[in-house]
Design a protein around this ligand. Structure first.
Ligand code: SF4
Ligand code: SF4
Length: 430
């Protein structure tokens, strides 16, 4: 695609990167075929190609975003299905991140929209504040039918009760056998509150296989929630804190990997190197953190020799591949291969490349589109009629479980269970 940035504009390193991305686009429109929002809304501006044009126009002409541009940029899920489809290698992820930051800096949203977005940006990345929000939600659950639709739908995504923790919170979880490696685990912000069993399974499984796990208590959020809300200052504060803390741990005590068991967070961690590519102080550290980051299934497959025990029953498992995992990190076969090793039947969900509608805060901010996507996802899952669903992202787990009674568990919980750990509590009736 031809671009018309001036030399002065290209002195800005963000503009320079975006220009390189835009120039790769040959406007063939193939990406529209797999874009969920284009398929639902049928508007060119709700597809990747249209959004590329909108971002190009704002950046080249130094234009502030307006209501129309913000609407179409906000409707993007950041699912990156378009990146998998694009034959030209357009890095849409970096472009939409730049576009979102520009919208946030130059467009004043209506008061209610600002209030909701600021509320999400403040509560979700802070586990203690999120716990308070959860307690407040319990008061409103019984009377939600009288509340406005937006709040009712948001409450539908909140759990009714929090599972009991089975592992004591500590900084270092030592191995049960001879130590072969040492990794840091990102325990996440929302995940550690609503599904502590995911981190517990990860720690138990790694410890049982000779891997010491360190959880740095100062690290809460990876920063991606704010990153995708276009709140770059808050996101960068989290990024910098995490990079410095993990790098210090890496230098002082050694780390073989940084494990993420939430694919949305893993995608952002793997992007720290790019985000700080022009920062003289953090460049080297951020690159190292990104290089060390692995999705838990990637690490298990590459680094450990797991011995599976066959359960009495053979289960039919539907594998939901989170967008951030399959399109963002290109990790798809690893979780499937691992579950298959347990002797169970694993099925890809039809139309599995399409998002379930979770996408960070998308199912709160774009409820109608998210509900449409959820309906299709559940319909496709039901075609398989699985005993349960496996996935690798807490956001997808929350979204899908709001639309079906089929149990959904994290892949690491299944692997932990089938290599000697406890059966996931959600599967106790199977
Ligand atoms: S598929 Fe790639 S090259 Fe074609 S329009 Fe989409 S982004 Fe541009
Ligand atoms: S990231 Fe997803 S929703 Fe956004 S343009 Fe690409 S395919 Fe469409």
């Amino acid at each position: 695609m031809q671009t018309n940035f001036t030399n002065d504009q290209l002195k800005d390193k963000e503009n320079k990167s975006s220009e390189t991305i835009i120039r790769k686009c040959v406007h063939c429109g193939m990406c529209n075929a797999t874009c969920p929002t284009y398929n639902i809304l049928g508007d060119e501006l709700d597809g990747p190609r249209g959004r590329i044009y909108l971002i190009k126009d704002m950046l080249e002409n130094n234009k502030p975003a307006n209501k129309k541009v913000a609407k179409h940029i906000d409707r993007c899920l950041s699912c990156y299905a378009c990146m998998t489809t694009c034959p030209s290698g357009v890095n849409y992820m970096h472009l939409i991140d730049h576009g979102r930051n520009h919208v946030e800096k130059t467009y004043k949203r209506p008061f209610l929209s600002r209030l909701i977005r600021n509320g999400l940006s403040y509560t979700l990345p802070n586990p203690n504040i999120f716990k308070i929000l959860f307690l407040i939600s319990l008061i409103f659950q019984p009377i939600k039918f009288i509340l406005p639709k937006f709040i009712r739908n948001s409450l539908d995504l909140m759990p009714y009760k929090l599972p009991n923790k089975t592992l004591k919170t500590q900084k270092v979880y030592p191995t049960e056998t001879k130590k072969i490696a040492r990794v840091a685990l990102l325990t996440g912000c929302v995940q550690r509150v609503i599904s502590p069993e995911i981190n517990e399974s990860t720690i138990r499984l790694l410890n049982r296989h000779g891997v010491e796990v360190v959880v740095l208590p100062e690290i809460n959020c990876c920063g991606s929630l704010n990153h995708h809300l276009g709140k770059s200052k808050l996101a960068h504060d989290s990024f910098k804190k995490n990079i410095n803390l993990w790098y210090e741990e890496y230098l002082n005590n050694g780390l073989d990997a940084i494990i993420s068991n939430t694919s949305g967070c893993g995608t952002t961690l793997k992007d720290y190197g790019f985000i700080f590519r022009n920062d003289t102080d953090l460049k080297k550290k951020a690159k190292k953190i990104s290089e060390l980051t692995k999705d838990v299934t990637e690490y298990l497959e590459e680094s450990l020799n797991l011995k599976f025990k066959k359960d009495d029953k053979e289960y039919k498992i539907a594998y939901h591949s989170p967008c951030s995992m399959q399109h963002g990190q290109k990790v798809h076969s690893q979780p499937i291969n691992l579950i298959k090793q347990s002797g169970n039947k694993v099925f890809d969900i039809p139309e599995g490349h399409i998002c379930c509608g979770s996408a960070g805060t998308y199912n709160i901010l774009q409820q109608e589109i998210a509900k449409n996507l959820l309906k299709d996802k559940v319909k496709n899952i039901e075609k398989i009629a699985p005993d349960f669903i496996s996935t690798g992202n807490i956001g997808c787990m929350t979204q899908i479980s709001s639309g079906t009674n089929i149990p959904i568990v994290h892949t690491v919980e299944i692997i932990d269970w089938l290599t000697g750990g406890p059966k996931p509590y959600k599967l106790k009736n199977l």
